[in-house]
Design a protein around this ligand. Structure first.
Ligand SMILES: [Zn+2]
Length: 199
């Protein structure tokens, strides 16, 4: 334990995902030794991101404007929506260059243990987007783990009466993992080889 504000910093850093107590301490001491201008820039960007970044009104992706860059792009195929859990999954899929449709970011996955149900995700918004019949294929690209599979099955059942083509990314993705951990080639292949989801 350190005194006062140093310990506060370590505690705050330790609450970040993937940062354990040792890393938190290392980052804290790095910041203590760093140039004040660098630390100021970091502090500024932290505040700025909370003040300026918002979520796309259409798909829920992070956006600098009312709509994200992808939703504003008229060249993107309006007939296919790829459903993902988080904005970082959009980034991972965009890197593969396999997908030219639109996205829908749920904001997580169904997880009864964590008390997260469909109402806590952007499911209603997805149903609204599907209502006009423009979308013909829904790709369920939730993570290849328990929660992601449960979410995909739930959504497939929910949209079944709409008669859409519902697909799931092909196997080959690291099971139990996070979509973002798959390398571009594997993720690209999983996209190409997506299979019909029959529920
Ligand atoms: Zn968007």
């Amino acid at each position: 334990m350190y005194e006062g504000v140093v310990q506060n910093l370590i505690d705050e850093l330790g609450m970040l995902p993937g940062v354990g107590p040792k890393s938190a301490q290392r980052i804290a001491f790095h910041l203590l030794a760093a140039d004040p201008a660098d630390v100021k820039r970091l502090a500024h960007v932290l505040l700025e991101v909370k003040a300026k970044v918002r979520f796309c009104q259409v798909c829920g992706n992070v956006a600098a404007e009312e709509q994200c860059r992808i939703c504003r792009d008229a060249r993107r195929d309006p007939h296919v929506i790829c459903v993902v859990e988080e904005s970082k999954d959009v980034v991972a899929i965009e890197k593969t260059r396999e997908f030219r449709g639109r996205y829908h970011v749920l904001g997580g996955a169904i997880s009864p243990i964590d008390g997260i149900g469909p109402d806590d995700l952007r499911v209603r918004e997805l149903m609204t987007r599907l209502a006009d019949g423009v979308v013909t294929e829904l790709i369920l690209a939730t993570d290849p783990n328990l929660e992601g599979e449960a979410t995909a099955t739930y959504l497939a059942r929910l949209v079944k009466p709409m008669g859409l083509k519902v697909t799931r990314l092909a196997s080959g993705l690291p099971v139990g993992g996070d979509l973002e951990y798959a390398d571009e080639v594997t993720l690209g292949r999983a996209f190409e080889g997506r299979r019909l989801l029959d529920v």
